[in-house]
Design a protein around this ligand. Structure first.
Ligand SMILES: *[C@@H]1O[C@H](CO)[C@@H](O)[C@H](O)[C@H]1NC(C)=O
Ligand SMILES: *[C@@H]1O[C@H](CO)[C@@H](O)[C@H](O)[C@H]1NC(C)=O
Ligand SMILES: *[C@@H]1O[C@H](CO)[C@@H](O)[C@H](O)[C@H]1NC(C)=O
Length: 541
């Protein structure tokens, strides 16, 4: 029985019991309904008119503001000239990879057509985003904030802020998404980005009252570059990272890598004037800087003085900072129990995976590979091929779970795992550039960052006590990052580079989390409104 049926049943019972006025309407979690229309529009974020993707006329798209466990019914109408999907970055889609909105799980919504996503923000709280997963649409916009607030009576481990600001920050191109995609398709790499935008603009103002404390939710919605975020003359208290409540350390500046989100508290405790908010690219060929303004409501003085300086040190500083992001073990997250009541460091590891990514030239074109396999999207989503037993769409035996020598090749690769496996994944970066890896359907403990080649001896350096969970982990140049994942969510889940060029050119794979027993307790049924495409056309859900 799905949620909808539950609700109907709940209402029926209420209807009968209402006569005796003992009805309790807690029978179900609230539903929120949205209709979003996706169109092209023309705006000039960097001073040059360009084609962008609008959602209900907005760039960036509307913010989703929901409460833990809300059910979301979102009808997405595609008015572009290309097929389109949105994916929900960091939303776990429990038992429900059907709604993940990536090419391995969903058929894209054809032009002039629609699809209604139905999912629950189950047991999650915090700062997330959504963005288009199809083609190179992300380069034109279509992204937005996905903020999940706590349920009534579930406390958060800090005072309720006086206001809540969302900052979607990312590198940006003046070139259209079709031109960028065309250049990748022809085998060329992307040029360096043209600028960075904050909420789709180069000048944004955030206004607050002197003496009050505001939450700033900062997400990196860009393509390829990490940024450092800071506010002139103000410190930031870190409270949340992608759904984890952290030890509340105070920072002058924070590095945020592609695909990641953090939430900080900022107290307006300075003289009443305006101050610069700055995001500048890190570890990049040249430095791009975006500015916004923090305006005190009683200020009559514009921001002045030098922009707050970036950190003096680079990679090592950043890695040290990353290690200070820790779980507050006694604080709860979306659920009432403390985060630390799950002793992840004591769970036996049932599978160990090492993924090395590398650039590859295949048929004269730039590609990226993971353990030698450069992923290509099939015409039939993996999830549908699996459901309908359609052979020949993907292979569970192509990709090795340890790096090996030899040339890279193109394939549709899936790593098979079992429901309730507890796995270690090590991301090995052999290149000179920053990387960022994202896993759909999960958050995971980031237990270690280190430079050089990972070896088994590095396990001794893991944080097995208070590492935080998140959905996207950075991997420093010529370094490794280790994560632990509790595979408690059955489905077909995309594990990908959050750097969009790399993802597009093959640096991704799917994790099939599987159990031979067919049970609705483990995974929901195929949705009745499922879109069919490729070899799944004509099948009956
Ligand atoms: C398209 O929208 C209509 C409502 O306007 C809805 O009934 C239908 O289920 C949607 N199609 C899909 C595939 O979700
Ligand atoms: C951890 O969370 C608890 C419970 O909400 C809170 O009282 C405490 O101040 C937090 N500790 C740190 C170091 O952030
Ligand atoms: C504010 O920051 C600037 C640097 O951006 C610095 O020169 C100045 O001393 C700071 N003022 C205060 C009151 O901290």
């Amino acid at each position: 029985m799905d949620k909808k049926d539950n609700k109907v049943l709940g209402h029926l019972i209420c209807g009968i019991l209402a006569v005796f006025s003992v009805c309790d309407v807690k029978a179900d979690d609230p539903y929120r309904y949205y209709t979003w229309t996706v169109t092209y529009g023309t705006i000039s974020p960097l001073g040059v008119p360009q084609q962008v993707i609008l959602i209900n006329g907005q760039f960036p798209g509307p913010s989703l503001e929901v409460v833990t466990n809300n059910n979301i019914i979102l009808n997405l109408i595609n008015k572009l000239d290309q097929p389109f999907l949105l994916t929900w970055n960091g939303i776990k889609q429990r038992k429900n990879s059907w709604q993940d909105g990536v090419s391995g799980t969903n058929c894209p919504i054809p032009p002039n057509s629609n699809y209604t996503y139905k999912f629950q923000a189950k047991d999650q709280i915090g700062t997330f985003t959504y963005f288009p997963s199809t083609l190179f649409h992300k380069a034109a916009g279509g992204f937005g904030a996905f903020n999940i607030y706590q349920r009534p009576r579930i406390p958060i481990p800090y005072s309720w802020p006086d206001g809540d600001f969302t900052l979607l920050i990312g590198d940006w191109y003046k070139t259209s998404h079709k031109a960028l995609q065309g250049s990748l398709d022809s085998g060329k790499s992307l040029p360096f980005p043209d600028g960075i935008l904050i909420n789709g603009q180069v000048t944004t103002t955030f206004t607050g009252d002197q003496g009050k404390t505001y939450k700033f939710r900062v997400s990196n919605v860009g393509f390829s570059t990490s940024f450092n975020f800071r506010i002139q003359n103000h410190t930031m208290k870190l409270v949340e990272v992608e759904g984890s409540h952290t030890i509340q350390n105070v920072y002058d500046s924070l590095d945020v890598h592609v695909g990641q989100s953090v939430a900080v508290l900022v107290t307006l405790n300075q003289a009443p004037k305006d101050y610069y908010i700055v995001a500048s690219t890190r570890f990049s060929r040249s430095v791009l800087t975006a500015e916004a303004i923090l305006h005190y409501s009683n200020s009559h003085t514009p921001a002045s003085g030098p922009l707050p300086a970036p950190p003096k040190y680079g990679l090592h500083w950043s890695m040290l900072q990353a290690r200070t992001f820790r779980w507050n073990l006694t604080a709860n997250a979306a659920r009432p129990n403390p985060q630390g009541s799950y002793h992840y460091g004591k769970v036996p590891i049932t599978k160990r995976i090492v993924l090395a990514s590398s650039p590859a030239w295949i048929n004269g074109k730039q590609r990226y590979a993971v353990n030698r396999v450069s992923y290509i999207n099939p015409d039939t989503p993996l999830k549908l091929a699996d459901h309908f037993n359609i052979p020949g769409v993907f292979s569970e035996s192509t990709i090795q779970i340890q790096p090996s020598d030899g040339p890279a090749f193109v394939a549709t690769s899936v790593i098979l795992t079992s429901l309730h496996d507890f796995i270690e994944i090590v991301f090995q970066n052999t290149e000179n550039t920053m990387q960022s890896w994202h896993l759909d359907g999960y958050d995971f403990w980031v237990v270690g960052y280190g430079s050089g080649q990972w070896t088994e001896a590095k396990r001794r350096t893991y944080n097995l006590v208070d590492a935080l969970t998140r959905h996207t982990a950075q991997v420093y140049p010529k370094s490794w990052t280790a994560i632990l994942v509790s595979l408690d969510n059955q489905g077909m889940w995309n594990l990908r580079s959050a750097l969009w060029e790399r993802q597009y050119l093959g640096q991704q794979v799917y994790l099939k989390v599987w159990n031979p027993v067919h049970s609705l307790a483990n995974e929901y049924d195929i949705p009745s409104n499922v879109l069919l495409c490729g070899k799944a056309i004509g099948r009956h859900p």
